[in-house]
Design a protein around this ligand. Structure first.
Ligand SMILES: *Cc1c(COP(=O)(O)O)cnc(C)c1O
Length: 387
């Protein structure tokens, strides 16, 4: 099965991890600092804080900006459940904003409609790798005094108006799961320019303790103070060794992803019933996903039939994502009163095609052939004659 995404590991990555394994410190050593410094540089941000997953990064962001019981946080309706779960971890209430039908990025007008006196923050999701409209989101956040958080788990390596992802929101969150642009197996990162938030997150990932074991060792003291309730969300030196090595190849990884997306666009843009998401001209995508929308209305054929057609050809297509509020946990907790019509409609249509740096042009063509074949099977006979 051709997967929809996968990691690219080379000999230098393996050597970096092996070297780290024989170093004196396996966790919270010098490689954590180095990975953070390299990442801050790569994203044009003042601070980068490494954590154990993208989910931990989102939780840390909610903690940093002070989300607590009774606060509302506006979240894009189409995202991985981790985005809105992070709000719940802090006792807040996720309020879902609809997405634009052509990009599936958060709809800024709907965000404004969902703002109440309890709203404290917005989490924008750079769906499929394309940054959201951060100029509009910034203006809205400033007007209402809200914190702007980027779930940038799809968009590392992307940019908006020439500014890098990671520097576009108050806090940005990244994941290094193997399907993402770079991997540490499991791992995550937050970036921010706010020094106090960076310090808060640094404590939060280590039980709320004010000094790491490394610092205590250096200062020759056993004393520490737990100042707030935190977690063990640390990322080990082994993971960071892999991250440092992977980050060096971020640009070629993203360029190859973009080239594959362009190849798909060239072959599929005129295919009937199949639409690719739209790329806005003022930004560049990190291209985590290549998402198509299958026209169920005009064909009377479901997206699931499209899914099964491709799966039968050993093409590992996937659906990203079911609107979060449709999950039974959310229905049980909040009822079925969410209305995000674009998200509901998109969920009937979306299918993600494979894209990862080592995917070959022949593999892309193989996927395109299968997509075109399915489209042709569902054209009306008279159309086929006319063609
Ligand atoms: C991958 C992902 C996450 C979670 O990251 P993990 O590292 O798996 O915890 C959160 N949000 C989005 C949009 C993601 O794609």
């Amino acid at each position: 099965m051709l997967p929809y995404g996968k990691q690219t590991i080379d000999a230098a990555d393996i050597q970096a991890v092996v070297d780290a394994l024989s170093s004196p410190m396996l966790t919270t050593g010098p490689l954590v600092d180095q990975f953070e410094n390299d990442f801050a540089t790569a994203t044009d941000s003042n601070h980068a804080i490494a954590v154990s997953s993208g989910t931990a990064a989102l939780h840390g962001a909610m903690h940093a900006v002070g989300i607590c019981e009774g606060d509302e946080v506006i979240v894009a309706a189409i995202t991985f459940v981790a985005t809105s779960n992070a709000v719940l971890y802090c006792g807040g209430k996720p309020v879902f904003a609809d997405v634009e039908p052509d990009t599936l990025l958060i709809d800024v007008f709907d965000v404004e409609r969902k703002i109440t006196p309890r709203t404290k923050a917005i989490i924008a999701v750079d769906y499929a790798g394309q940054p959201c409209d951060y100029r509009e989101l910034r203006a809205l956040a400033d007007r209402y005094g809200l914190h702007l958080i980027a779930d940038a788990c799809h968009s590392l390596g992307g940019s908006y108006h020439g500014r890098k992802v990671g520097s576009l929101a108050d806090v940005s969150c990244f994941s290094f799961h193997p399907v993402k642009q770079i991997t540490t197996c499991e791992g995550g990162m937050l970036t921010t320019n706010d020094t106090r938030w960076a310090e808060r997150i640094g404590r939060f990932r280590n039980h709320g303790i004010n000094a790491s074991a490394e610092v205590r060792q250096q200062q020759n003291t056993h004393r520490y103070d737990m100042q707030s309730l935190g977690f063990n969300y640390r990322l080990s030196d082994l993971h960071c060794a892999l991250g440092i090595s992977q980050l060096k190849r971020l640009q070629p990884f993203v360029r190859r992803r973009q080239a594959i997306a362009e190849h798909y666009r060239q072959r599929l843009s005129d295919v009937e019933f199949v639409d690719l998401l739209v790329d806005r001209g003022d930004r560049s995508s990190g291209r985590h996903l290549v998402v198509t929308q299958w026209d169920e209305c005009r064909t009377g054929v479901s997206r699931d039939a499209f899914y099964h057609h491709l799966r039968q050809r050993q093409i590992g297509v996937n659906v990203h994502y079911r609107p979060v509020y449709q999950n039974s946990f959310y229905v049980e907790r909040f009822g079925q009163n969410e209305t995000c019509p674009n998200a509901d409609k998109a969920y009937q249509q979306i299918l993600s095609l494979p894209v990862f740096p080592t995917m070959t042009d022949a593999e892309v063509d193989f996927v395109c052939d299968a997509v075109i074949e399915f489209s042709q099977q569902h054209q009306q006979p008279q159309r086929r004659n006319a063609a």
